[in-house]
Design a protein around this ligand. Structure first.
Ligand code: GLU
Length: 325
């Protein structure tokens, strides 16, 4: 992984964990948290906890509190963030950052690359060619004006609308810390994407870029389900003039039937894990899954931080947990 910006001791690596507080965390969530933490801590870096509670229906304050308790139980301490807003880059709950997102949305609007979109979900589904293999829907451009960039800003329509961003027919390349060189064409792989929904809700893609950039994050570690979002985010970094972080996408932890874990998988939730195991047993399990240790015996974060290396992590999109149920 590229750590070159950190060799002069002036900038330390800054990682982050950005959970959505929509339920109790499970083994897959903490797999990401542990590896992100180890990566930055092994190089004397800082770790931020950002609460991604953009979805008002599903996010709950109590879940955010609970996930903090679960992280601390494992020994995963953060330097900045959390629901108590510790640090200079707050607020760290996305639900409180709307004004900041609005500023950056205005900047994007002034590039002439955004447009109002009146399509409902049903409209989009109706114009839909067969879905991408990963289920993503590619917007067909129903509301898209003919020429881009637009000269002068559009008069804001009074009718409810989402704001969409034009994407060029151009390859975006990046180097993933685990999966290596990635290439994606936004026009064919993604299509024009939403920055703000018609109900005013902020899109994850905009929020995550603005937050990671303003919080000084140098390294994004997250699940491989977000690998395909990275090109969209790099495009936004570029338009907003931010320096992009490095990216590491981790294998998703799955059940025996290769279904990725969800917050409904009670038996691998932190609640069940805490009842059955000690913190060192859970960390030992994650370390073995990540190939950092040869066996599933208990170990501490301190044991792992000394010898941590991304080279050891399995280069696979998903893998099955080994906890007996
Ligand atoms: N909030 C997302 C999740 O809980 C993570 C987003 C990210 O790491 O970029 O899956």
């Amino acid at each position: 992984m590229d750590t070159s910006t950190n060799t002069d001791n002036q900038t330390v690596p800054v990682g982050r964990f950005a959970p959505s507080p929509t339920g109790r965390m499970h083994l897959g969530n903490i797999f990401t948290a542990v590896l992100s933490w180890l990566s930055v801590r092994s190089r004397g870096g800082r770790w931020i906890l950002r609460i991604e509670d953009l979805d008002p229906q599903r996010s709950k304050y109590e879940y955010a509190r609970q996930l903090e308790d679960d992280l601390l139980w494992l020994g995963l301490t953060w330097d900045e963030g959390g629901v108590d807003d510790i640090g200079p880059h707050g607020p760290y709950r996305q639900s409180l950052r709307g004004e900041i997102y609005n500023q950056y949305l205005s900047r994007l609007k002034s590039t002439g690359l955004t447009y109002p979109c009146f399509c409902t979900r049903a409209d989009i589904m109706a114009t839909q060619a067969p879905h991408q293999s990963d289920g993503r829907i590619i917007y067909k451009g129903t509301c898209r004006p003919k020429d881009f960039p637009l000269s002068g800003s559009l008069t804001a329509p009074t009718q409810r609308h989402a704001t969409r961003l034009f994407v060029p027919d151009k390859d975006i390349e990046f180097n993933d810390g685990i999966f290596g060189k990635q290439t994606s064409n936004l026009a064919t792989d993604c299509g024009d994407f939403v920055l703000q929904r018609a109900d005013g809700a902020w899109a994850y893609q905009l929020a995550v870029v603005v937050d990671d950039a303003l919080m000084g994050v140098t390294e994004v570690t997250r699940g491989s389900d977000l690998l395909l979002s990275t090109a969209q985010q790099l495009y936004l970094y570029n338009l907003l003039g931010f320096k992009a972080p490095s990216y590491v996408h981790l294998p998703l932890i799955c059940n025996e039937d290769m279904r990725r874990l969800s917050k409904r998988d009670q038996s691998l939730s932190m609640e069940a894990l805490r009842l059955r195991y000690s913190p060192d047993e859970v960390i030992g399990h994650i370390a073995a899954l990540a190939n950092l240790t040869p066996s599933y015996s208990p170990c501490s974060l301190n044991d792992l931080v000394r010898s941590f290396s991304w080279d050891k992590i399995p280069k696979t999109m998903s893998m099955v947990h080994r906890i007996s149920q």
